[in-house]
Design a protein around this ligand. Structure first.
Ligand code: SF4
Length: 63
């Protein structure tokens, strides 16, 4: 499973990081540092989906 963030949409709400800071790292300004193509470790898919769903502006998605 791979995930991505649209950095033009992310508004630094940080809700993804609340779900899991390892899967959804934030930069120093609070914006998502997931990048354009991030691998989700095996077994963490459900947590990744929770983090994606937590984003209020739908900046995150599964590739
Ligand atoms: S991806 Fe969504 S929840 Fe995560 S920091 Fe950006 S706007 Fe906030």
């Amino acid at each position: 499973m791979r995930i991505t963030v649209d950095s033009t949409v992310c508004e630094a709400h940080g809700q993804c990081g609340v779900v899991d800071m390892d899967l959804f790292p934030l930069d120093d300004d609070g914006y998502s540092a997931v990048g354009p193509d991030a691998e989700v470790p095996a077994g963490e898919e459900d947590t990744a989906l929770l983090g994606i769903a937590a984003c209020p502006v739908r900046a995150l998605r599964v590739l």
